[in-house]
Design a protein around this ligand. Structure first.
Ligand code: DGL
Length: 274
């Protein structure tokens, strides 16, 4: 096997860094490549076909960099592109490579966190309208009551580094209030967009006490660990050099500056030309 076969982690922008962080923490031995499609973010407001086309293009770039396994660390891409990529594209273009998403691992466990059986989902418009969470949760936790709220302003707030600013309060409250008004029994809120952990301090500030807030980083990292354990044929194709490279489809300078909000150490970014 070639020396360098990193695990690819993809997002429309910076949000997937919240997932990558948990993955690297749990599985530090592998090589990783992160790709943010910052030039075309946000995906959450785009059509099914556009998200599918953009995501497939980025996955192919990650394959060209040597990835045998790619994680779509983006709910919108997982909701709108993953199934087509797995069922239509991979058998044709790369039958021996794998692409995984973040929705399935989350829906497998989300019901375990709620006592009342009523959970709220905060996500992009694309994820909400795809109904992916509602359909998938029903497979693992039939009977669980699921309420959704699309938060179209939240990703732009994070992408523009305004998530901690006082101006963000209005939009955080607006969507929290709308979601919680759908049922007084909601006791768990799932942050079903990888950008939203950056808004956690504000969400915590405005959510009523006693409501559990669930981010996906740990859940996805646990699930990946388990997947690699169950699939030694994939695991042995992932190189173990403990390296980390960051690519962006937009300005590396901007990426380095913004990624600092998500990452504890300085980040060096490279440009991927689409
Ligand atoms: N981070 C992505 C997600 O998890 C969405 C960001 C976007 O709208 O591009 O859904």
């Amino acid at each position: 096997m070639p020396d360098y076969q990193p695990i690819g982690v993809f997002d429309s922008g910076y949000g997937g860094l919240t997932v990558l962080k948990s993955i690297v923490h749990q599985l530090p031995q592998y090589d990783y490549v992160y790709l943010g499609d910052n030039a075309r973010t946000p995906y959450g407001t785009r059509s099914f076909d556009t998200v599918y086309q953009y995501t497939l293009e980025c996955v192919q770039h990650l394959f060209a960099m040597g990835c045998r396994l790619v994680i779509l660390a983006c709910n919108t891409a997982s909701a709108k592109a993953l199934r087509n990529i797995q069922q239509l594209d991979l058998p044709r273009i790369a039958p021996d490579r794998r692409v995984l998403g973040v929705i399935r691992p989350t829906t497998e466990v989300v019901g375990n966190y709620s006592k009342s059986g009523h959970i709220g989902i905060l996500a992009t418009r694309g994820t909400v309208t795809s109904e992916s969470y509602v359909v998938e949760i029903d497979k693992f936790f039939p009977g669980l009551h699921v309420y959704q709220e699309a938060c179209p302003m939240w990703v732009p707030l994070v992408e523009n580094g305004e998530h901690g600013a006082p101006g963000a309060d209005y939009f955080v409250r607006q969507h929290l209030d709308r979601l919680l008004a759908k049922s007084p029994e909601i006791d768990t809120l799932l942050l079903a967009c990888t950008h939203y952990p950056l808004l956690l301090p504000k969400i915590r500030q405005f959510a009523p006490e006693g409501i559990a807030l669930l981010s996906q980083g740990e859940i996805v990292a646990d699930s990946l660990k388990n997947y690699l354990h169950r699939h030694p044929e994939i695991d042995e194709q992932c190189s173990r050099g403990r390296t980390l490279r960051f690519f962006t489809t937009d300005s590396p300078d901007d990426f380095e500056r913004q990624a600092g909000l998500f990452w504890d150490t300085p980040v060096r970014a490279e440009r991927l030309k689409l």
